[in-house]
Write a protein that binds this ligand. Structure first.
Ligand SMILES: *Cc1c(COP(=O)(O)O)cnc(C)c1O
Length: 418
């Protein structure tokens, strides 16, 4: 490593190399349409529902946009490359939830899904109110930490078709050990075969690539880091070339994508393609800012607990950094004082109160009554979800402006409560 690259890796962490080029270079230089007759450097938006056939029985490469569209192909091909797994194939859906729903289609009536009990709220709703109605049994388990694989091995039954996890979970940032959970699935010894699906939305392929770690399926809500500007919704499923009842997983996913039709529209594909060009840059800048903020929060006397994998006292830090190259940009903290937490969330000026994350601008929320509202109260209490927990999704602003914003808000509360 020469001096320059050593300096860059100090600042940014190790970069993934694909074909000897850094992922940053590949994303910025991706040529989505090498055969474009006019040499277009941005992928054209094929805003068409139908494609003319050359003859009655000659369908050509594309016939109908639900089944396939060149703008979508460009996006899917690029996302598949990012997983750094030979034979990986990606499928783009209208939202992250549509992507997750397509994965759930791999499970038949009478079979079981084991879901990490700290999953995204929308995943809960899909499991508890839709999958169960289709006769799929759902088991929620805590699969995080060093005991996760043992817990999973004991729980897998002859009916377990799918295991769905996230790491880190959102917002509590529990860590699942992807490689050992993948191993537990692979060695379940049951004939239906147990697939491991990882929702990698929190990390993005820049920081973690679950297929490399042994997972069969990786899901991204592209609404977050891939598009990166809170201006579009999308979801992507990427699979390895493993089997599903005689079909490959890719053939099955393509079948459900086309048959149910929740495909990503050409313009939205184009927006995600544009977002991807700067994804590496954004993810690293956001992560750098998150680290600065987490360290500041840690020293702030009114803040009780800071949860961020980049801090020395983070639980399961060893597992996290064995499978991810960075801590990401979501920082959570508690104050032990609900009115202070509510005050901070409603008085900061630079952090917008919204759900979601992964955008260039910083966001703040009290997840207990926002994105996780779809989780039934009885499950929420099992998951020890502190009501005063604040979630910051850090953007690309100057981190010292963000710190001053938090500082001002806290000072205002102290004045008010004198
Ligand atoms: C946002 C999110 C989803 C759902 O994605 P949408 O694009 O909102 O449908 C799924 N999983 C995780 C971890 C998410 O953060």
């Amino acid at each position: 490593m020469d001096a320059n690259s050593a300096e860059i890796s100090l600042q940014y962490g190790e970069n993934l190399k694909l074909n000897n080029l850094s992922v940053d270079t590949l994303l910025a230089n991706y040529d989505p349409c090498p055969n474009d007759p006019y040499g277009s450097t941005s992928m054209p938006i094929y805003q068409t529902a139908t494609f003319r056939q050359a003859g009655a029985a000659d369908f050509g490469e594309y016939d109908y946009t639900r089944s396939g569209n060149p703008t979508r192909t460009a996006l899917q091909d690029q996302v598949a490359t990012l997983e750094n797994s030979i034979g990986a194939k990606s499928f783009a859906f209208s939202t992250g939830m549509a992507a997750i729903a397509a994965v759930v289609r791999l499970v038949k009536t009478g079979e079981e899904i084991i879901v990490n009990d700290d999953s995204y709220g929308g995943t809960y709703r899909l499991m508890s109110q839709i999958a169960t109605r289709q006769g799929i049994s759902i088991t929620y388990l805590n699969l995080s930490g060093h005991q996760g694989a043992e817990t999973l091995t004991k729980a897998i039954s002859p009916a377990t078709r799918l295991v769905m996890i996230e790491s880190p979970t959102n917002p509590m940032q529990r860590i699942c050990h992807i490689a050992t959970l993948a191993n537990a699935c692979r060695h379940s010894g049951h004939s239906i075969g147990t697939l491991l699906s990882v929702d990698n939305t929190m990390m993005s392929p820049i920081l973690s690539r679950p297929l490399e770690l042994g997972a069969d399926i990786v899901i991204h809500s592209a609404t977050k880091f891939m598009s990166g500007h809170s201006d579009t919704m999308a979801g992507v499923v990427t699979v390895k070339n493993t089997g599903d009842d005689g079909r490959t997983l890719a053939e099955s996913l393509y079948f459900y994508q086309n048959a149910e039709g929740a495909t990503l529209a050409p313009f939205d594909c184009w927006l995600v393609l544009r977002g991807l060009k700067t994804m590496a840059l954004r993810v690293r800048a956001q992560q750098f800012n998150a680290q600065v903020l987490a360290e500041w929060l840690k020293k702030c006397p009114v803040i009780k607990k800071v949860i961020y994998a980049g801090l020395d006292d983070f639980f399961d830090k060893d597992i996290h950094f064995s499978q991810s190259s960075g801590a990401g940009s979501v920082v959570c903290f508690t104050t032990d004082n609900l009115s202070l937490s509510e005050h901070i969330v409603s008085t900061v000026k630079l952090f917008k109160i919204t759900v979601s994350f992964g955008s260039v601008s910083s966001l703040i929320s009290l997840p207990g009554n926002m994105s996780h509202a779809s989780i039934p109260p009885e499950v929420r209490s099992v998951r020890e979800f502190p009501v005063d927990l604040i979630r910051l999704c850090v953007g690309i602003e100057d981190p010292y402006d963000l710190i001053r914003d938090l500082e001002n808000s806290i000072a205002l509360f102290q004045v008010k409560s004198l």
